[in-house]
Design a protein around this ligand. Structure first.
Ligand code: SF4
Ligand code: SF4
Length: 153
């Protein structure tokens, strides 16, 4: 399989908060350093959190056409809190994308095997997956940092 690259996508540079910029930017605000067509104007000195971040799509999660700027959703994998399989986070970067057919289909597919956190632009966090794990994550999702103000990690 050919390695994926961000190309023209800069979805995470808007969707996620970045606290280690000289002027921190909140979640959902387009970063001033985004270059038209994708890329970063401060690439050589960008914050360490930007250097460290990669979304799931870059690692082969989802189809080629599911690049976050096209899908409207950033897929991330996060370590589990409860000793179970890693958690999938679907982070909306286009309003309503989680409820659209492709987004909803991906959520159902992932939820067959693990916990899925649905982070919508409108606010609120949905949890899908095995029932015994859903209860744990419903209580913990905001404490985990998936709510408003989420930072890149
Ligand atoms: S969302 Fe993924 S593909 Fe898009 S710019 Fe960020 S890391 Fe790259
Ligand atoms: S500094 Fe560069 S990599 Fe970091 S959010 Fe802004 S555009 Fe993206």
């Amino acid at each position: 399989m050919t390695a994926r690259s961000c190309g023209g996508c800069s979805a995470c540079c808007t969707a996620l908060g970045v606290t280690d910029l000289p002027v921190p930017k909140p979640r959902g605000v387009r970063c001033d350093h985004i270059v038209p067509g994708g890329g970063c104007s401060t690439y050589a000195s960008k914050p360490s959190s930007c250097c460290a971040y990669t979304c799931g799509w870059l690692h082969g999660v989802g189809a080629e056409d599911d690049r976050p700027d096209r899908l409207g959703i950033i897929v991330e994998t996060q370590p589990a809190l409860d000793g179970g399989a890693s958690v999938i986070v679907l982070r909306e970067c286009s309003p309503g994308a989680i409820n659209a057919s492709r987004g909803a289909g991906l959520a159902r597919t992932f939820a067959d095997r693990t916990v899925v956190l649905l982070v919508r632009m409108a606010g609120g966090i949905g949890v899908m997956g095995p029932q015994h794990r859903v209860q744990v994550y419903q209580q913990a999702a905001i404490a985990l940092g998936y709510g408003p103000g989420t930072v890149r990690k």
